[in-house]
Design a protein around this ligand. Structure first.
Ligand code: NAG
Ligand code: NAG
Ligand code: NAG
Ligand code: NAG
Length: 349
């Protein structure tokens, strides 16, 4: 009901304003951030005999001519505005200017006048609203109680910005809101909103802070809070310890495997040498025995070959390998110290 009344009033106002400015199309308000450029444009909708388009600035009810575009003399920007204003589009029916690098001083209303003959001037009016909005500064601190974070966000702007906190997870909520606004010497305000974020976080959470001024685009910053491992501190500790043990254990296993591989290689080389020696020894023997094949030497070779096979399968266990090596020594009645084997291995490398 109240809304209906407001809509009715608004439409009435619009009809009235339309009646007043029907022939000129322009923006009512232009919003620009400090340092930006602002553009005003006026279009005379009815075709008239326009002699000149004049742009004026109205401040404290005083009109100052800013720039003109004349049918015969072209465009001209008046003194005091030459660095500030330039024409963007020049035409006698359609004309636009740009106010460069706007500051607070440029705020106010501007008029465009289409000077016609014989009807006189048709005027349009646009107001410039200059705002300032700096990127908000977001701070998220762990509070001394678990599952609670103190979120603080501060934004500077003119007029005083509104600061809104948000969180990406629905089951988390802000409480104990506190907002403080401090006015700075340059007419800006620094607004700081602080709130407590509570609830357990299963995943990492994004906390956002948006700063708004008038209807200008808002500025937002985000911060990610890592997940708290579902909130059970003791479990976390246990997990960490397990992780450490596992890491250490696997390191130890790796070392053991490496040692046994090295030892096995050494033993294998030593054994091959022994086998080769035996083979050569027997070959010489058989030669000496006029190429008579000795049955016992054959069995010995077979024995040693079997031991080699068992050595391969028992690679994992150092003790058993060493045992096999010892047995091999005894079987072949050859004194071969492991040091000699090591040397042999080294010489082969
Ligand atoms: C008038 O200018 C506006 C913007 O500067 C443009 O969009 C429009 O088409 C122009 N109209 C004419 C008739 O030139
Ligand atoms: C914009 O205006 C400010 C204040 O007048 C000045 O300090 C700054 O240098 C200007 N920037 C540009 C790009 O002209
Ligand atoms: C944190 O600790 C301070 C004093 O050390 C205490 O005053 C405050 O209430 C505590 N806040 C919470 C949320 O426990
Ligand atoms: C105004 O003051 C605030 C706070 O001192 C500062 O952050 C901001 O940059 C200033 N703005 C201008 C246009 O100097």
């Amino acid at each position: 009901m109240a809304d209906g009344a407001i809509v009715y009033l608004l439409s009435l106002l619009m009809v009235c304003s339309e009646a007043l400015t029907a022939v000129i199309q322009t923006q009512q308000t232009v919003l620009a951030a400090v340092g930006e450029d602002a553009e005003f444009s006026c279009q005379l909708l009815d075709t008239k005999d326009v002699l000149q388009v004049t742009w004026q600035k109205i401040s404290r009810d005083v009109e100052t001519n800013v720039a003109t575009y004349n049918k015969y003399f072209g465009q001209r920007v008046n003194d005091g505005f030459t660095d500030k204003v330039k024409f963007k589009y020049t035409g006698l029916q359609n004309c636009s200017i740009v106010i460069r690098n706007v500051t607070e001083q440029d705020e106010g209303c501007y008029r465009c006048l289409f000077n016609t003959y014989p009807e006189g001037a048709f005027t349009g009016r646009t107001c410039l609203r200059v705002y300032e909005l700096h990127e908000p500064v977001l701070d998220v601190r762990e509070s001394n109680s678990t599952e609670e974070w103190v979120v603080s966000c501060s934004a500077t702007g003119r007029p005083a910005p509104t600061v809104t906190l948000s969180v990406s997870q629905q089951h988390l909520s802000f409480s104990q809101y506190n907002t403080v606004s401090v006015s700075n010497t340059n007419a800006t305000f620094t607004v700081t909103t602080t709130a407590v974020l509570s609830g357990s976080r299963k995943h990492s959470t994004q906390v956002g802070c948006a700063a708004r001024v008038l209807s200008a685009p808002h500025r937002e910053v985000m911060e990610t809070i890592p997940d708290d491992g579902s909130g059970d501190g003791d479990d976390d500790d246990d997990d960490d310890d397990d992780g450490l043990d596992e890491d250490f254990g696997s390191k130890r296993r790796n070392l053991a495997i490496r040692i046994s591989v090295i030892l096995s290689s050494v033993l294998l080389v030593a054994f091959s040498c022994v086998a080769a020696l035996i083979f050569v020894h027997h070959r010489t023997k058989s030669h000496n025995r006029n190429l008579k094949i000795n049955k016992t030497s054959e069995t010995k070779i077979r024995d040693s070959q079997e031991t080699e096979a068992s050595l391969f399968t028992a690679e994992g266990s150092e003790v058993r390998n060493e045992g096999a090596f010892e047995r091999n020594h005894q079987d072949n009645n050859l004194m071969f110290s492991s040091e000699a084997a090591g040397r042999l291995n080294f010489e082969q490398c």
